[in-house]
Design a protein around this ligand. Structure first.
Ligand code: SF4
Length: 310
């Protein structure tokens, strides 16, 4: 057994590569693929056998759009309910309804609902779904593009009227989105407004950043087909999934982060497969190729002070 017991492990389950939306910034390569019951069972078995090794074990249901596989999520939750896991799910909200929200609340699944500049069409329906419900486990992820910044204050107000009290600010900085002086200034005002509001009321504001502290957290992606990758959240997810990245480069990152197949790997192999140095280096190389470094630095600096409201 490994000598050091990491306190926290996170499995990000790619429930499907399908999505019922086509966001203009989405880097995903869509495929008609979803996680099978067999892969879920192997994952559950791994968790059951190794649960006691970790203080905290988190599961994030992800995709594509994970609510397209809601029955599978229900199955996974029912099979693991005695294992003391910490659950979360990221969704575009199109398939969210009161029944699902209630179910997710009952199973203590923290839900991250993404809204962006094009979400106008879904907000009317979401108001119906969310109003009057317990939203303490719900966070609205605000995906912000520089050219649409003016829309967000009204958007935030609307979400607050629904009862939302948790927001994550996600400026689209992972691809070159054209942030410039004036748009950064607007973003600064928005951050200021949210900080002011968060003092007045009880809602949290999280930051988007490129450098996160992952000490103590071992994070793995369990792909729909059971392949396991050591991961650095969005950064390597973006690189691995992205249509923006050349196939050769993607393979490089895959190779660097590939651990094995669920069902065939043991805990030792899993932990050994976490190669932060290598992943960080790959991330840096890819970041340099993909991003306008000036904008990235400015955004990171700008959002840094927001951390204390998290
Ligand atoms: S909802 Fe998510 S997965 Fe679907 S298209 Fe938009 S960004 Fe991509």
């Amino acid at each position: 057994m490994p000598q050091i017991r990491p306190p926290h492990i996170l499995f990000e389950l790619i429930m499907t590569k399908r999505c019922n939306l086509r966001c203009d910034y989405c880097p995903l390569r869509f495929e008609e693929r979803s996680m099978s019951k067999e892969v879920m069972d192997l994952t559950i078995r791994f968790i059951r056998e190794n649960r006691s090794f970790f203080e905290k074990f988190s599961i994030n249901f992800f995709g594509g759009e994970p609510l397209l596989e809601f029955e599978n999520i229900k199955y996974f939750l029912s099979e693991t309910r005695k294992l003391d896991l910490d659950y979360s799910l990221g969704t575009n909200g199109l398939l969210l309804d009161k029944k699902k929200l209630l179910f997710l609340n009952e199973h203590e699944v923290r839900t991250f609902l993404t809204l962006d500049h094009a979400s106008g069409a879904k907000t009317g329906r979401l108001a119906e779904v969310l109003k009057g419900e317990d939203l303490s486990l719900l966070t609205v992820n605000l995906v912000i593009a520089p050219q649409y910044l003016d829309r967000y204050p009204a958007f935030i107000k609307e979400a607050r009227d629904w009862g939302v009290r948790n927001f994550t600010l996600l400026p689209l900085c992972s691809i070159s989105m054209g942030w410039d002086g004036p748009s950064l200034e607007k973003l600064r005002s928005l951050v200021g407004l949210m900080r002011k509001e968060s003092r007045k009321e009880e809602y949290a504001l999280h930051k988007c950043t490129f450098e996160m502290d992952y000490s103590g957290l071992n994070e793995y992606v369990i792909d729909w087909d059971g392949r396991v990758f050591a991961d650095f959240r969005t950064i390597s997810w973006l690189f691995k999934q992205s249509a923006l990245v050349s196939p050769g480069l993607r393979k490089e990152v895959d190779r660097a982060s590939y651990v094995g197949r669920i069902g065939s790997i043991g805990l030792d192999q899993l932990l050994e497969g976490h190669k932060p140095g290598l992943l960080e280096e790959n991330s840096r190389i890819l970041m340099r190729r993909l991003l306008k470094e000036g904008s990235v630095q400015e955004l990171t600096d700008l959002l840094e002070p927001v951390a204390k409201f998290s």
